[in-house]
Design a protein around this ligand. Structure first.
Ligand code: CP
Ligand code: NVA
Length: 293
């Protein structure tokens, strides 16, 4: 089984993973990866994903192999499918952070061990697991209203699907040219409910308990930086004191202070970001033990 998007899990499986993550956080995790190896393939940089997966594997009694862009032949033209088949002959599970979502899909098709998406341009399911765990901890469940204010790409799209699966009320504000994919909205509707969408951040946060944002310029989009900054700036997408109010503030990190979020907001008690970051560890350990059986 692969987890390339949140909805590769059923709603029941998602609930199981979140329960397990909470148990591991409270009581510690078993050494369920003893003698087993996780390969971690990164085409893009990472702080949280790399450290939480590697530490998670160690805490589960297993081993993790870090494979950065300059470490393996994938970075110099060996096809995704060949990498997937070869690596599968050595390791028990793979986490891959690739640019193109189609590449992680191809990796999953050719791998013979479970593959977890550690972020592509279209999805970040591991982030959503941690985010749902964080919301559940803070609100005692999913009876909360979340406003997304930012880019409608990977982190947002996974949250849209995860929210639909657990019944979390979500409103998504993006600039019109950075909206969530129609396919993701359709899948969310089938899973439970598609979020309300708007281009007005103030309308989105009205009545919300949580405001969630992400960088305006994602990894790989640096060439588009000026145009994107202008779109988000002009649309009023910065989460500052006025927009945040007394709401819980979430951010997948890394944050670009002064762009999508102010320093004051990020340093305030409203910010749940360090819990989100910690919960990556617990959620991913739960996912790994679920996938490894
Ligand atoms: N949120 C997240 O995935 O962070 P990294 O890019 O540091 O892994
Ligand atoms: N949207 C961001 C998320 C980083 C975790 C990016 O893709 O760079």
């Amino acid at each position: 089984m692969n987890v390339l998007t949140v909805d590769d899990l059923t709603a029941d499986e998602l609930e199981t993973v979140l329960e397990r993550a909470a148990d591991y956080k409270a009581d510690g995790a078993p050494e369920a990866m003893a003698g087993r190896t996780l390969a971690m393939i990164f085409e893009k940089p990472s702080t949280r994903t790399r450290v939480s997966f590697e530490t998670g594997a160690t805490q589960l009694g297993g081993h993790a192999v870090f494979l950065g862009p300059d470490d393996i032949h994938l970075g110099r033209g060996e096809p995704v499918r060949d990498t997937a088949r070869a690596v599968s002959r050595y390791v028990d599970v793979v986490m891959a952070r690739l640019f193109d979502h189609a590449d992680v899909v191809e990796f999953g098709e050719y791998a013979t061990v479970p593959v977890v998406n550690g972020l592509t341009d279209a999805a970040h399911p591991c982030q959503t697991l941690a985010d749902l765990l964080t919301i559940r901890e803070r609100f005692g469940g999913f009876d909360a209203e979340v406003a997304w204010v930012g880019d409608g790409n990977n982190v947002c799209q996974s949250l849209v699907l995860g929210a639909a699966m657990v019944g979390l009320e979500l409103t998504v504000a993006t600039p019109p040219e950075h909206a969530v994919d129609g396919d993701v909205l359709d899948r969310a509707a089938e899973l439970g409910a598609a979020p309300e969408t708007t281009t007005d951040p103030e309308a989105a946060v009205d009545g919300a308990d949580v405001v969630y944002t992400d960088v305006w310029v994602s990894m790989g989009e640096e060439g588009d930086r000026d145009r994107k900054l202008e779109a988000f700036e002009a649309g009023g997408f910065r989460v500052d004191d006025a927009l945040a109010g007394d709401r819980t503030v979430m951010h997948c990190l890394p944050a670009h202070r002064g762009e999508e979020v102010t320093d004051a907001v990020l340093e305030s008690d409203r910010a749940a970001v360090w819990d989100q970051a910690e919960n990556r560890l617990h959620a991913q350990k739960a996912l790994l033990t679920y996938l490894l059986g």
